[in-house]
Design a protein around this ligand. Structure first.
Ligand code: PXP
Length: 242
């Protein structure tokens, strides 16, 4: 039997809608609590340098109120490290960040900045935070994660989500091979970005993967069926694929 695949629900875009009008609603913490009640094993939130969606106050409230683990996505900056060490989330996923990008556009180049990342991985780890690196599914990046001693990697599924046909199948193979290699080396593999009801099954079927982080699609789907129903649907699609 394959092991339970955890679902981390990313609530960033509830905050995007809130911030579009500067009002107090919709509340991402309320969304997180609903997700936690309906099948999310954890909540993921990305505190971006420009605070375009999640704010410092959201992170404080999520840290205080969530009944499930919080995965804080963060850039490797001194400011974000301070915030992570203050709130001590269950996990911190280090992501690349550029101000001008619409979303996280590619994996972290861990291989190209091993020495710069080393103190971040070490300090977060020493604080008892489970460190994950958001990387492309390739051997070079995985080797960097190993050298850094990161216990977890999250493979970027953005390319997979954009491709179809043979190209999509090739990218799926790349993710499956990277997940197997990670597990063989004692690193827990996760995946996420751009996953939807339509494309989640082949990813969820990769046996070594232990967690998927999914946000934008679920928040969009929530407009039509409600968040609880959207999360339940994703949980069912993931379970059916295992
Ligand atoms: N995982 C990571 C590391 C991310 O940066 C994001 C987007 O914030 C996600 C997962 C979720 O991606 P999406 O919102 O496309 O489902």
């Amino acid at each position: 039997m394959t092991r339970h695949l955890r679902l981390g629900v990313n609530i960033d875009h509830v905050a995007t809608v809130r911030n579009a009008r500067g009002a107090g609603y919709p509340d991402p913490v309320r969304a997180a609590l609903i997700a936690a009640q309906t099948g999310a094993d954890g909540i993921t939130a990305h505190l971006r340098e420009d605070r375009r969606h999640i704010t410092d106050a959201d992170i404080a409230r999520l840290s205080a109120e969530l009944p499930v683990p919080l995965n804080l996505e963060m850039a490797a900056t001194a400011e974000m490290l301070d915030i992570a060490l203050r709130h001590r989330p269950h996990a911190a996923c280090i992501v690349p960040e550029k101000r001008e990008e619409r979303t996280t556009e590619g994996g972290l180049d861990a291989a190209g900045q091993i020495e710069a990342l080393r103190p971040f991985v070490a300090r977060l780890g020493e604080a008892g935070i489970r460190v994950s690196l958001f990387i492309e599914p390739d051997e070079r990046q995985l080797d960097a994660a190993l050298q850094l001693g990161a216990p977890v990697v999250e493979f970027h599924t953005g390319r997979y989500a954009e491709l179809d046909g043979d190209d999509g199948a090739a990218e799926l193979r790349r993710i499956a091979e990277a997940a197997a290699l990670a597990a063989k080396n004692g690193i827990e593999p996760h995946a996420g970005h751009g996953l939807t009801f339509a494309n989640v099954a082949p990813i969820a079927a990769i046996p070594q993967l232990r967690e998927l982080n999914i946000g934008h699609f679920l928040v969009g789907e929530a407009m039509f069926v409600g968040l609880a129903e959207a999360v339940r649907g994703m949980r069912a699609a993931m379970d059916a694929a295992r």
